[in-house]
Design a protein around this ligand. Sequence first.
Ligand code: LER
Ligand code: MN
Length: 275
Amino acid sequence: MKLAVAIASEDAPSSAFVVWRGFKESIRKASELGYHGVELALKTADDINPHELSAWLNQYKMEVSCISTGQVFAALGLYFTHPDKVMRERAIEVFNGLIDLSQDFGQIINVGRTRGFIAEGQTYEEAERIFIDTAERICERADKKGVTIILEPVNRYEINFINNLDEGAKLAAKLKHKNIGLMPDVFHMNIEDDHIGASLTRNADRIKYIHFADSNRLAPGQGHLDFDDVFRGLKEAKFDGWASIEILAKPDPDTAARQAAEFILPRIEAYNNKL
Ligand code: LER
Ligand code: MN
């Protein structure tokens, strides 16, 4: 397992849920703290210059773990279940750009709140059908480019569609394309899943990536989430991918990122030694 931290561009809006802003400086700081990579929270592929990104990654010996898309929803208002076809086409266009970028950087793209929700007057079945239509098109392009799409179950207070891993796995199984996996986020799992470790193990086949935060969205170690159970569940699932820190930048970004690294990195080292 390797550890990344979520970052965004200097001018990313407050809706970008990251520890640090400003790509180069964030990559430098993450590398200093012992992180192996960075998760890029992007609005569109134009947020970053791929040549500069390659140079920074080489300079600091870092990797991109994944591209995340929360801002496509929060800043652009685009999502897979949008009732308006024009808006869905726009979402697909933005994803196409991110998929192309991701070919050289991480080969994984997250779908969190961009999956959309069940709109007023819409049934679960209608939302699911529109999601599947949009997701198949995105997965088709991603498949051709060797990119995996990962669906992130999000808790009920943020979205009303796909809240736990079992629901995510059931939906993913309805797609023709096989390059769709799950991105558990232990903060959401703490609210929605029956048992964190058991749910991780049960859904092992689909898990391609994981978000770490504590029960209060602070750095792991600052809340009451049982990370021994999380690591046990991942071990049973034989997980060997990226974990990423997605937390509130409190008490300040540098302290939060340091607390997370100090808590998680030794656990990852012990985990990897026993794999
Ligand atoms: C996105 O990864 C996430 O976990 C959401 O809670 C952000 O609002
Ligand atoms: Mn998350």
